[in-house]
Design a protein around this ligand. Structure first.
Ligand SMILES: O=C(O)C(=O)C[C@]1(C(=O)O)C=C[C@@H](O)C=C1
Length: 291
């Protein structure tokens, strides 16, 4: 059976690059927002979705993490890391350089990745937030005048825009992690990639605010030699000071270490939930950006 895969569209988003790296184009279905993508899997309109979770410059995509924790129950089944290069895209008839731009459109994360550039090179520009970089590019295609989008080369190609300035993100090594989520466990066919590593993501809720609680949790991982690649606190949304932790462990779930770890954390009064155990892939920039 050919499964359908939802992604944060429209065409030309970074999520489009991530989904194309793993699935065939005819499998993909574009959604306007991350919640719409995740709801589509939850209601089984599509079998899978690809959504962004973390960017190297701007950090967590909290919309994705919070929706996966509070709104839907969709295990993570794969991760793909994509290099991110942000460009200033303008209508082909635009003349001049960036100082002539009066309005810039993009996704909030893309704008955040280019804050310094905007601050220094376009200090008077009016910033408009859009649902994705692809949506921003589509808008600029329809607007003549001093408008620009921040997005990638695929969007430039897709919407016939001109790349006015390349690589305007403030730091090199800009990458975003995307995850693939699924509702019903079933084998999934993806394009072939080298598996960089296996990961397991857990959510851990501490019992109450007491000295050393987080230290005890981390010790349970440490003495088992379980290597963590990320720990992040997010608000429980039940009141100030109430947090849960998202922890990525660099190994796949096994039936010895993980159940024992969960038992130990339970004895400490913590609640744990496995959000997924999955292979991680990495896409090289020459594979995605052909300008
Ligand atoms: O707007 C897009 O192109 C997206 O795919 C979203 C998104 C994000 O949410 O972080 C993905 C990668 C980039 O970091 C910028 C934006």
């Amino acid at each position: 059976m050919v499964v359908k895969v939802g992604y944060l569209g429209p065409k030309g988003t970074f999520t489009n690059i991530a989904v194309d790296a793993l699935f065939e184009a005819e499998q993909t279905v574009s959604y306007r927002t991350i919640p719409e993508c995740l709801d589509a899997v939850d209601t089984q309109e599509v079998e899978l979705a690809v959504v962004p979770v973390e960017n190297a410059i701007e950090g967590t995509v909290s919309m994705t993490i919070d929706y996966l924790i509070h709104q839907v129950e969709l295990p993570i089944i794969a991760e793909v890391v994509v290099p991110i290069t942000q460009h200033i895209l303008v209508h082909p008839e635009f003349e001049g350089d960036v100082e002539r731009i009066e309005h810039v459109y993009s996704h909030s994360h893309a704008i955040a990745q280019c804050h310094q550039f905007i601050h220094k090179e376009m200090p008077d520009v009016e910033v408009h937030y859009s649902a994705s970089t692809g949506e921003a590019a589509a808008k600029v295609k329809d607007l003549k005048g001093q408008h620009a989008a921040i997005g990638n080369a695929l969007a430039a190609q897709e919407y016939g825009l001109k790349v006015l300035r390349e690589n305007v993100h403030d730091y090199n090594n800009n990458h975003t992690r995307f995850v693939v989520v699924q509702k019903e466990q079933a084998p999934v066919e993806m394009k072939d990639h080298e598996v960089k590593q296996q990961k397991t993501t857990l959510m851990v809720t501490l019992p109450s605010d007491r000295a050393g609680a987080l230290h005890q949790v981390l010790s349970a991982f440490a003495w088992r030699k379980m290597n963590l690649s990320r720990i992040e606190s997010r608000p429980m949304k039940t009141g100030l000071g109430n947090y849960f932790f998202i922890i990525d462990v660099n190994q796949s779930y096994d039936s010895i270490l993980f159940p024992a770890l969960q038992q130990e954390l339970k004895a400490l009064g913590c609640q744990t939930k496995i959000l997924g155990t999955y292979p991680c892939f990495e896409i090289q920039s020459n594979a995605v950006y052909k300008m």
